[in-house]
Design a protein around this ligand. Sequence first.
Ligand code: SR1
Ligand code: MG
Length: 431
Amino acid sequence: MSAPQSPAARDAYEPLTIDSLEIRLAAVAALRQAVGPSPWRCREVGDGNLNLVFIVEGAAGAAVVKQALPYVRLVGDSWPLSLTRAFFEFNALTRQARRDPGRVPQILHYDQDQALIVMEYLQPHLILRKHLIAGVVLPGLAKDMGLFCARTLFRGSDLSMPTAEKKADVALFAGNTELCDITENLVFTDPYFDAPMNRHTTPQLDGLVASLRADQSLKIEAQTLKSQFCNNAETMLHGDLHTGSIMATDSDTRVIDPEFAVYGPMGFDLGMLLANFLMAYYAQDGHAERPGARDAYKAWILEVVSEICDVFEAEFSALWRAERDGILYPDALYADQGHEMASERALRQTIERVWRDAMGFLGVEIHRRILGLAHIEEYESIEDPDRRAPCEARGLELGRAAVLNRRTLSLSGLLALTRRLDDVPTERILK
Ligand code: SR1
Ligand code: MG
């Protein structure tokens, strides 16, 4: 099964504007109920790479209308992109809502032909990137994200799902080919050669970029990871779990934008998420009001990384013991034989393998955000390139070490390495 997009549906599609939205969506009962009667106020607030995002406000409240564009917004109409990504986002959101209730925005309405989703307006939530740039501590963030990763990754896998449902779902999301193609190229290949849409902070990073692209072991490992991503349909991934895909307040965390969803290796979401926190860590020196002003905040970011991993492991283990009803590691082989210890050993091995994969995905995610097409605001908002480049260089070296040493790198090793690279003098890191 693939995402339906008939020629007739393609003809019916038309992008919304702030002027046409009210007339075109006035008949959508769920939207009227959320926002109230006319008049509505509409703003277009999309700052992502792909879609239109409107906030619609009225007397009764507000809602978000997200609509796919038939091209990559970041690049323009020279890069056409299928509208079916709204279908995959809708399907991913419904599954995530079941697997980790309350962690994704509520869907109010979905229109396949118009490739649009009307959803809950999250307020006073802000995109996590903005909080990380401003230096805001969010007490519940790590726990929420550790639980989200454990629950969605476990419950979307053969550890939990009935085999027919899992296989049908793998087939469904396999249709998300264009967004997979973006990930396959932008994350795993383009950073490692002089691809046409790449950019990096130049000339400051030129030497380091040349050394990464000359690193043949790194290129082999990056393609090994790409093969993992393409061939291991282990669980339903969010597929783009960075700090722009999280909205947070100091007491609530929501995960948005799963349009890159596909079945892939568990370590992918976890690695991408941790990578983005570690880049935010290195970016702090570029945002510090004076030297050292962000040191306590940097320590908090590393605590977040550590707590996400601890919560992930604890929740994944709890689900393994209580909800392992899928086809893998059945009780018939373990508890029913009095072999509980073997099941615990299998759990340890599974978590260790997920961690090793995550370290590799962490490394390539860092590289692509500094060398590729799609950069991150945490770094990009450091305007002075002489200040930004050392922050990026530390990320690049951490990424290289994570990819190359992923089979042996522990969590404490990762955190120690992150701090060690932070202490390397600027002139040496920019060699
Ligand atoms: C062409 S799309 C570039 C990036 O934006 C999305 O958020 C994904 O991260 C994708 O790789
Ligand atoms: Mg997105």
